[in-house]
Design a protein around this ligand. Structure first.
Ligand SMILES: *[C@@H]1O[C@H](CO)[C@@H](O)[C@H](O)[C@H]1NC(C)=O
Length: 500
């Protein structure tokens, strides 16, 4: 199932929205009555558990998702390297390095900002990061090379097969000096740097390893500039084609290295390259391909703390971006469904919902710590408003929506039963030990029955712009979960479980 989940990149100047006058629509219009109080902590637990269902490689004895088994145990063998481990990105069995790295960065950011709100779940969240970073250390083990994908997406998507049964091509794709990929390498550096902060006091040696590797990978990304979609077009497009260019990942990598290392060279890199690398451009989304909004929000924290006046323009970009998300603003890049869900064209909408809500929440926190608001032309937005908007999105996901449907599997009374996910929809190895071949799986794909294995915590692509949801495997844009939908949600749920 090909998944071109990229929405078309826009070119709306971010600051334009500052001058647009708008009125806020009533924020609680749709679900003001009859809302239930959500159990955010339960949802947090489940959102983290989901990552265990996405694991590739040798599963450890304390694996909690018991219907999964070891898989991908020869990954890397065709290239003579060990690339066992990591995560499947979504409902297929390919290990796509670009979204995996972004997922890791966002899980780490969730822990850095909201780990103190996770209680006993913090341990599981950190383990979810380590499952990714152990793999990212493998793919970056050889200097000047990054393995960015294991699995041939055409071969994989042509089959409906359990990961444990995989007999599709497990080609290992790499970038190097002659086949550059500053986008995926920049994101990998960001992930390693962000994770080094997560492990700084928990495991200083591992943290240093991550940070040192991040430095090397960033050097490589910056020195050999290019888009991996050019170098590896047929392997990565149209699946995770980097339409948005690699400039944002270079700034993003530098921003995380700056935060993790406090070395002056990264501050200078950001300062020097802000204009060259277009820090304020196409700041209309935030996801595995486009980091602009994230860069500006992340760096604004320092501006707000008064530690980096020279980064003031990042704060202005972040303000403009945040204003563009407010309901009532007529903004071509962000719509709201009648039921109140953020909606952006391009499919797998929930990735936008969770990542944009995450930015609303972290920005709100940075503002409240410093008693600031976002100007937004005539209608300044308070930190409380931004939190309220983020919470409204989370509540929609958990069931406050016209269908009264939770979009997280295993949470609430009604949730998606036919998610587009091979391992969840095929019988488990325990239930059906015999091999199920590539095409033999089709009858499970086409079956009207619910999936036999609950992928608890998986959040799917979600309803369309009219709040309708088919709950049907072939509608992959609506029914497929992805790791980068959940990663920012972990932070959101942690915060709201502590501040309901
Ligand atoms: C949304 O989904 C419903 C049900 O599947 C469908 O009838 C409707 O046409 C869809 N709307 C849009 C705008 O895609």
């Amino acid at each position: 199932m090909a998944r071109n989940i990229h929405s078309s990149p826009g070119n709306v100047p971010a600051l334009r929205v500052l001058f647009v006058a708008f009125t806020l629509i009533p924020l609680r219009s749709v679900t003001a009555s009859g809302q239930q109080q959500h159990n955010y902590f339960e949802a947090l637990q489940k959102s983290i558990l989901f990552f265990e269902g996405q694991r590739s490689g040798h599963l450890p004895p304390d694996q909690r998702v018991r219907w999964r088994r070891d898989s991908g145990l020869h990954d890397g063998a065709t290239a003579g390297v060990d690339l066992i481990g990591g995560y499947y990105d979504a409902g297929d069995n390919v290990k796509f390095g670009f979204p995996m790295a972004f997922t890791t960065t966002m899980l780490s950011w969730s822990i850095i900002d909201f780990g103190r709100n996770m209680g006993p779940e913090l341990r599981n969240a950190v383990r979810a990061v380590k499952w990714a970073t152990d793999y990212l250390l493998k793919v970056t083990a050889v200097p000047g090379v990054v393995y960015v994908q294991v699995g041939d997406p055409y071969s994989d998507h042509n089959c409906w097969e359990r990961p444990e049964d995989m007999d599709t091509l497990r080609t290992a794709f790499k970038i190097d000096a002659h086949h550059p990929g500053s986008d995926v390498a920049g994101e990998t550096a960001a992930a390693l740097a962000a994770a080094s902060i997560v492990f700084r006091s928990r495991d200083p040696e591992y943290s240093r390893l991550l940070l040192n590797r991040a430095v090397k990978v960033f050097e490589f990304a910056d020195k050999y500039r290019g888009a991996y979609s050019n170098s590896l077009y047929h392997a990565v497009c149209p699946f995770y084609c980097a339409v948005n260019g690699y400039q944002d990942e270079l700034l993003w990598g530098a921003a995380w290295l700056h935060k993790a290392s406090r070395r002056r060279e990264y501050r200078e890199y950001i300062y020097k390259n802000e204009v060259v690398l277009h820090a304020g451009d196409s700041i209309n989304e935030f996801g595995w391909d486009n980091k602009h909004a994230g860069i500006n929000v992340l760096i604004s924290k320092e501006v707000l703390m008064g530690k980096a006046g020279y980064f003031e323009s990042f704060k202005q970009n972040a303000d403009g971006f945040i204003c563009s998300l407010l309901p009532g603003v007529s903004h071509p890049q962000v719509q709201y469904s009648p039921g109140g869900l953020i909606f952006k064209a391009g499919g797998s909408n929930m990735q936008h919902v969770t990542s944009l809500s995450f930015l609303l929440l972290v920005y709100s926190n940075y503002l409240s710590h410093t008693n600031k608001i976002v100007p937004c032309g005539q209608s300044p937005a308070s930190p409380a408003l931004l939190k309220h908007l983020a919470k409204r999105q989370v509540d929609y996901i958990l069931g406050d929506n016209p269908l009264r449907m939770s979009y997280m599997v295993g949470y609430g009374a009604h949730y998606p039963r036919r998610i587009h996910h091979r391992a969840s929809s095929l019988p488990s190895i325990q239930a059906h030990p015999a091999h199920i071949g590539c095409k033999a799986g089709s009858r499970y794909f086409l079956s009207p029955n619910p999936n036999p294995n609950l992928l608890v915590g998986a959040v799917v692509g979600g309803p369309n712009v009219t709040d309708a949801f088919p709950d049907s495997r072939p509608y992959f844009q609506e029914s497929e979960p992805t790791t980068y939908i959940n990663a920012p949600l972990v932070g959101l749920l942690a915060f709201f479980s502590a501040h309901p």
